[in-house]
Each structure stands twice: as C-alpha cells, then as structure tokens.
Design a protein around this ligand. Structure first.
Ligand code: ATP
Length: 355
C-alpha cells in the first residue's frame, strides 16, 4: 500500500455486546482523486467503516491512513474529512450561505475569504444566487447540493458520503448521481461513498468494495465486479444472472451443462469436477447457424422492458433468462423455439458448485 491516498488495513469493529464483528478484517486503499463505493446489503458494515474513517466510531483493531499518516489518534474535527449524510444535516435556522460558511468559521477563516469560498462552493454545486434562502426554501435535490457544498468548502482531504441519494426520488437520484460524479471529478477530491444500490455504485465509482457480513467479498473496477465476480455472493448481488452447475469435460476448455450441452469457456478451468457458472441474461444472443456455443429452447415467458425484451427460455430441464435488445429485428414470441448463443468469454466461472 504505497501509492495511495486513503487506506484501511485490518480494520475490525466489534460493538459492545455483539457476538460477531460488524467489520471483520477489512483492507482496501484508493489513490488520490478516486471515488470508491462501499457496496453491500443492509447490515454488512459499510456505515461502520465510514464512521471509523470519519472518527465517529473507534475501531477495535486495524489502521486508517490518510495522506501518509495514521489518523487513529486524530480527533474528528482535525481529520479534515468532509461528510455528506443521508439526512442532509443542514442547520434549519441558518441561511444556505451560513450553513456552508459554518465549517470555515469554526476554522477561523476570516470574513472576506469565507464569503469568497462560499460563493465558489455555491457556484460549484449550481446554487449561485440561492445563498440567502433558508433550508426549508430549497428542494430535496438543492438541499443535497448545499450539503455537498458545505463539506467541500473546507477543502477536505477526503469526502465521505453515506447513502447520499436515498432520500431523493428516482429521477432526481439519476440527476444527482451524475452531478456528484461531476463535482468529484472537477474538484479532484478523493471520495468514499456507502450504498446498497448496485447501479449507483457501478455508475459512480472508479472502484468498488463489495461486502457481506462485515467482510470484503471483492475489490475491483465496475467492469471487474460486474463481468468477473470473484464469489457467488458478488455474482448474485450484482445484476441478474443465470447460474448453472457445470461439469468440467475431459476435453480442454469445455464444460458440460445439463440442458445446454457442451460450452466452451475462455477462463482457465479446473482439471475436473463440478463448477458453477454465470451467464448474464444480456450476454445471450439469438444464434446464427454457425455460432459456437449455442443451444436451443422454448420461450415460456416474456417481459417487455423497453430497451430489452426479457425472456424465460426452457432448455431441457434448465430454465434461463435471456435479455434481447428490442431493436434486434424480429423478436421471438411465447412458444417459439429459439437458438441462443453465448461467447466463451461471457461464461464466468464463479467457483466450485456445492452439489
Ligand atoms: P445499512 O445500509 O442498513 O446502514 P450497513 O451495511 O451500513 O447497513 P452498519 O450500519 O455498519 O451496516 O451495521 C453493521 C452491523 O453493526 C449491524 O449488524 C448493526 O446492527 C450493527 N451496529 C451498527 N451500529 C451499531 C451500534 N452503534 N451499536 C451496536 N451495533 C451496531
């Protein structure tokens, strides 16, 4: 862990009276200017990690390093870390500008510099001209922007977001997702955010830490996590998928899957035995006669989803989901026999099958 800006190592938290650790030996790091998502189901320990980095919760064990030094002994207000919470935690009796100026005032920044920095922060989050408003006079999205401005104005070493979008409606959430990403890129601030929403994590983060039960399941780029899930948990938690037990064939590179027949995989396979494979529904295409890796089935069910048509296809004893783009010409109907193909590199081996 040499070339990084923020890192945690061997981080553990056992809350008093708890039987299992909330955070169990977690290690990750990120370079300056990157945005990292802590992703996992409710209760997996994400918020606890964020709070330990912020200094709001004491670690039971482990180290937190920011900008080359351990920050364990540094109190919250001296860590120079900005925080944006789910409930925006703006002071309702102050104007937006006063809210944003608060942190600067606490740090003894003089009036004229304060005003200048508040104006710049308001510009950055596109709230110019609204500084004199009260919190109650702003929409949810605007309040979120104000909260971001307030945490950025102190020029933090690190910005932490705890489920920043969960209070917003779907459309606003999409907008703010792009907005936060844009603000982060423009300021170059290193950021960590917590979410249980995989789409949010995949679309906003440079790197993801996927967690379950206090432990790290996988660390990687959105592409790594989505296309090359390291564990069954990650494969099931992210996106939708078809999971099959597969027998490793005597012939190199081939798998035998009941109902689908012999499939060629590009990943290295174990020498023998059973493996579990994942095929994402959108990686299946209608097969041409010449296609490698194809199999036939009957369309049992169709759900139209706008961009894609989601089909349940029965292949022998096996059922699978295939998502076809709706612009792909003539689409199959219920009852049709279809031939589906999957590229060898789109078959992901996710471990040994427990059979
Ligand atoms: P969520 O998305 O629901 O906030 P999370 O992944 O952020 O979940 P944490 O809030 O970190 O998870 O909680 C991890 C575990 O620690 C949970 O089992 C939770 O009940 C427990 N926990 C969290 N805070 C405390 C606390 N102050 N005292 C005792 N146990 C706690």
């Amino acid at each position: 862990m040499s070339d990084f800006h923020v890192g945690v190592s061997g981080l553990v938290k056992v809350y008093p009276g708890a039987t299992a650790p909330a955070v169990d030996n977690v290690t990750f790091s990120l370079p300056r200017g990157e945005m990292l998502a802590l992703l996992g189901p409710s209760g997996c320990g994400k918020t606890t990690i964020l709070r330990m980095i912020a200094g709001l919760v004491d670690p039971t064990a482990g180290e937190i390093v920011l900008n080359g030094r351990s920050i364990a002994a540094i109190p919250v207000h001296k860590r120079n870390i900005g925080m944006v919470f789910q409930a925006y935690a703006l002071f309702p009796h102050m104007s937006i500008a006063e809210n944003i100026a608060f942190g600067l005032e606490m740090r003894g920044v003089d009036r004229s510099e304060r005003d200048q920095r508040v104006r710049r922060a308001l510009d950055l989050v596109k709230l110019s001209g609204l500084g004199e408003r009260r919190v109650s006079q702003l929409s949810g999205g605007q309040q979120q922007r104000a909260a971001i401005a307030r945490s950025l104005v102190i020029d933090p070493e690190l910005l932490l977001f705890d489920e920043p979008l969960s209070n917003l409606d779907a459309k606003l959430r999409d907008e703010m997702r792009d907005e936060i990403r844009d603000i982060q890129a423009r300021t170059g601030v290193t950021a960590i955010f917590v979410t249980h929403d995989q789409e949010e994590a995949l679309s906003m983060a440079d790197r993801l830490v996927v967690m379950s039960n206090g432990k790290v399941e996988q660390i990687g780029t959105p592409g790594d996590i989505f296309d090359r899930p390291a564990t069954g948990f990650v494969a099931r938690f992210i996106g939708s998928g078809n999971f099959f037990p597969a027998r490793v064939s005597d012939k190199p590179g081939l798998l035998e899957v009941q109902g689908l027949g012999r499939l060629k995989a590009s990943q290295p396979l174990p020498a023998s035995g059973l493996a579990e494979i994942l095929i994402r529904p959108h990686r299946l295409t209608l097969a041409t006669a010449a296609a490698d890796n194809h199999f036939t089935g009957t369309v049992e069910h169709i759900v139209y989803r706008g961009q894609v048509q989601s089909m349940t296809v029965r292949c022998g004893e096996q059922r699978l989901q295939a998502d076809l783009f709706t612009h792909a010409g003539q689409l199959p109907q219920i009852g049709d026999r279809v031939s589906l193909a999957v590229a060898a590199e789109d078959i992901t081996l996710i471990g040994k099958a427990d059979l």
